[in-house]
Design a protein around this ligand. Structure first.
Ligand code: XMP
Length: 532
């Protein structure tokens, strides 16, 4: 798979290779975009996993006593000069090896086989047929869907290997060494499109490597805390809080690591949800007693947005003001050297923040790189290797409350992009109340966690209604609720009618200025999740 070699594994794992005897699997990272995903899939099996350089000497690998080695995919071709190689000494360590895509091609090539460009590049789903029983394919059907992404493939196997699966275009879709525990997969078991991929990885670590699978994500916290302490020393760290999950987990983690060397900045831009500012104040001022700087810049943002109705202009205005306000506040914190950010692994990939990576900037509006380099801080991004659900688990383990940890995402520009038309204080007040009702009703119906994001949108549309005997001419609220795996595509949630009815009745009864409620039944694409 083509890839971003420096994005994968640039975080905690790579830096903190220690030798204490914890059960672990090493991923030799050949630069594949999904190397971190392999690590995450193994963590889901409660097996600790570290990404390491692909050429880590076999002697060092032996010292680390891994129970298994996974050789990741990567963008290079094994027959090209200078392509990354592992130390062939790994074949003699007696440690089971699983090669994925480039990883498999590398050892097939190194052990006498022939790798060459396939007839055509293969990208996408393929039907994979397994040839007979094999420990890697235990509990799998004979045929299943796998996800391929490769240009090269193994043409001829050396006689040391057997082919154990095929696809239409790929005669050696999976291979097994005849005498050693060395397996290879041309496809990517780590991506969810490979139907039984998780089962294959489970078979490898549990049955072939004999991992017990007793590791827990909580143990990662200790590791992260230690590495933050070592890096930060006696310096001060600033953490920008947004009220969302990611920045809250970063702040809680840093607080645990460095206590009062942490200063948090929370900018109230006036575009927050009901009760949000108070909650941040409680959580990080009282529960965690951080040095919390709350900057109430609501009026500044409101005046900056006066007369602005165009969505991009709203976003840009808010982004610029945020940087100004943050910068000003940061100046008041002497001797701060580091800035902590809640960048997650998917952000790194999706934003294409690695200039050598293939992933184009998909989420242009995303937080990554939200604060400019000119602020002059060194960045700490302790969540850079992790996925959202892992971050949630860390948050809970750090003592953050459940409702915060499971909170739906909220965009940086906040209610401004849900208040269509001009953003004014009275309109925000209406939207804030309606949004709170929507969320309360979802929670009361036990639906909040089934939905990935839900909110109210205030439309710039007035329509005629009747209340008592009087005619009204008031605003319309749209309710949006979506389910999604990755927020890149989404489906509208099939909301039960009685829940919609309660939302609608409460909104029109309790919120002055709204006489109509509609439900948004658009999927993404073609719509986006937010309305602006
Ligand atoms: P769209 O509307 O593009 O949103 O389908 C996808 C996800 O991104 C969130 N979003 C943002 N997040 N800053 C953020 O941190 C932003 O400016 C921003 N705009 C949208 C959106 O809420 C959804 O979860």
């Amino acid at each position: 798979m083509t890839a971003s070699s420096s994005a994968a594994g640039s975080g905690a794992f790579r830096g903190s290779l220690d030798t204490h005897h914890e059960e672990r699997v090493l991923v030799l990272d050949f630069g594949g975009q999904t190397a971190q995903l392999i690590a995450r899939r193994l963590r889901d099996e409660n097996v600790f996993c570290q990404l390491v350089r692909p050429d880590l000497p076999a002697s060092r690998i032996k010292e680390l006593t891994p129970k298994g080695l996974i050789l990741s995919g990567g963008p290079a071709s094994v027959y090209e000069e200078g392509s990354p190689k592992a130390d062939p000494g790994i074949f003699d360590l007696g440690i089971p090896i699983l090669g994925i895509c480039y990883g498999m091609q590398w050892f097939c090539h190194a052990l006498g086989g022939k790798v060459a460009p396939g007839e055509k590049r293969e990208f996408g789903l393929a039907q994979c047929a397994v040839n007979g029983a094999n420990p890697l394919f235990k509990d799998l059907p004979a045929n299943s869907v796998v996800w391929m992404s490769h240009g090269d493939q193994v043409l001829n196997l050396s006689e040391q290997f057997n082919s154990i699966a095929t696809t239409e275009t790929c005669p050696h879709a999976a291979v097994q060494h005849k005498t050693r525990a060395i397996y290879g997969l041309q496809f990517h078991p780590e991506v969810t499109h490979s139907e039984y991929g998780q089962q294959m990885l489970r078979n490898f670590v549990k049955n072939i490597c004999r991992c017990a699978g007793t590791w827990k994500i909580e143990s990662l916290l200790e590791r992260e805390i230690e590495s933050i302490r070592n890096r930060v020393g006696k310096s001060r760290v600033i953490c920008g809080l947004s009220g969302g999950v990611d920045s809250s987990v970063v702040a809680a983690l840093l607080y645990r690591a460095i206590g009062d060397q942490l200063s948090c900045i929370f900018v109230n831009n006036g575009m927050l949800r009901k009760g949000e500012a108070e909650e941040v104040r409680f959580e990080f001022g009282e529960h965690f007693k951080t040095d919390l700087h709350v900057v109430d810049a609501s009026q500044l943002f409101l005046s900056g947005l006066k007369g602005v109705t165009e969505p991009q202009t709203k976003r840009k205005t808010i982004g610029k003001l945020f940087i100004d306000v943050f910068k000003e506040e940061a100046k008041s914190i002497p001797d701060a050297h580091f800035l902590a950010q809640g960048t997650l692994y998917p952000d790194v990939i999706e934003s294409g923040s690695n200039p050598d990576g293939p992933a184009a900037s998909i989420k242009l509006h995303h937080n990554v790189g939200g604060l400019p380099k000119e602020l002059g801080f060194e960045l700490i991004e302790p969540l850079r290797d992790f996925f959202k659900d892992e971050v949630r688990r860390m948050g809970l383990a750090l003592g953050l409350p459940e409702h915060l940890v499971w909170r739906h995402p909220f965009p940086g520009p906040g209610l401004a992009v849900r208040c269509l038309g001009e953003v004014t204080e009275p309109r925000l007040a209406i939207l804030r109340e309606c949004d709170a009702i929507v969320i309360e009703e979802l929670r009361a119906a036990g639906l909040y966690r089934q939905i990935n994001q839900a909110f109210a949108v205030l439309l710039p549309v007035q329509s005629v209604g009747v209340m008592g005997d009087a005619r009204t001419y008031e605003s319309t609220i749209a309710i949006r609720a979506v389910t999604t795996d990755d927020f890149m595509t989404a489906d509208w949630f099939r909301m039960p009618f009685d829940v919609l009815q309660r939302m609608s009745t409460r909104i029109t009864n309790a919120v002055r200025g709204v006489n109509r409620v509609v439900y948004d039944i658009s999927s993404k694409p073609p719509s986006t999740i937010e309305w602006e």
